[in-house]
Ligand binder design. Structure first.
Ligand code: 5GP
Ligand code: MG
Ligand code: MG
Length: 186
């Protein structure tokens, strides 16, 4: 797998350090809320980030997943995502923190927030490991007094590792790196 990587953008150590900081910020921000937040991971990409993040949050949080798919095995979004797995927990009047691997065009998150808002969440925050602001096409809204947390701003390269895939591979890399273009142009 490593041979398919052009260069590493964030090492395992850098990821651990940043995830710990995000978790401390979330702990501080939600400590005084009467009901602890629900962390809603967007499958599959957020699974490693979510697993590391929740273990550093010092609050009795709940965890759930939602599945949105728009990419298939290509490297570009094809518009509105489908929700092939919906939230299991009742999020009405709850604080929801959507946990994403990466925000690219913003399509997925925009649809996801609208979907969760209809279910009556009292606030919707977003915690994304990576954000590619240069590629944004649609803006997402935060609901209630929802907050925005971002691990790192990502340059406009197709990145893999730490949960992020190309054609379902490379998720188990411990770092995040740029995939060699010849791999996805094959
Ligand atoms: P958006 O709807 O914001 O365009 O795309 C969000 C989803 O696209 C992410 O959750 C992720 O699954 C995928 N995506 C966007 N950019 C990248 C990237 O650089 N690498 C990988 N592996 N997935 C990406
Ligand atoms: Mg995602
Ligand atoms: Mg993917």
């Amino acid at each position: 797998m490593e041979k398919d990587i052009d260069r590493i953008l964030w090492t395992e150590e850098a990821l651990t350090q940043r995830v710990t900081q995000l978790a401390s910020q979330i702990t501080a921000d939600f400590a005084s809320c009467p009901s602890p937040p629900i962390l809603l991971g967007v499958a599959t990409g957020a699974f490693i980030f979510l697993a590391d993040l929740v273990r550093e949050i010092n609050l009795p949080v709940s965890v759930d997943f939602i599945r949105a798919s728009s990419y298939g095995s290509s490297t570009h979004s094809d518009g509105a995502p489908k929700f092939s797995l919906d939230v299991k927990l009742n999020i009405q009047d709850k604080h929801v923190i959507v946990v994403e691997d990466i925000i690219d065009t913003g399509n997925t998150l925009c649809c996801l927030v609208a979907h969760l808002k209809k279910k009556g969440a009292s606030s919707i925050s977003v915690c994304t490991l990576l954000d590619k602001p240069s590629r944004r096409k649609v803006n997402f809204e935060l609901v209630g007094n929802g907050k925005y947390y971002c691990g790192f701003e990502c340059p406009d390269y197709f990145v893999v590792g730490y949960g992020l895939d190309f054609a379902e591979r490379y998720r188990n890399l411990r770092f995040i790196g740029v995939l060699k273009p010849e791999i996805y142009k094959m």
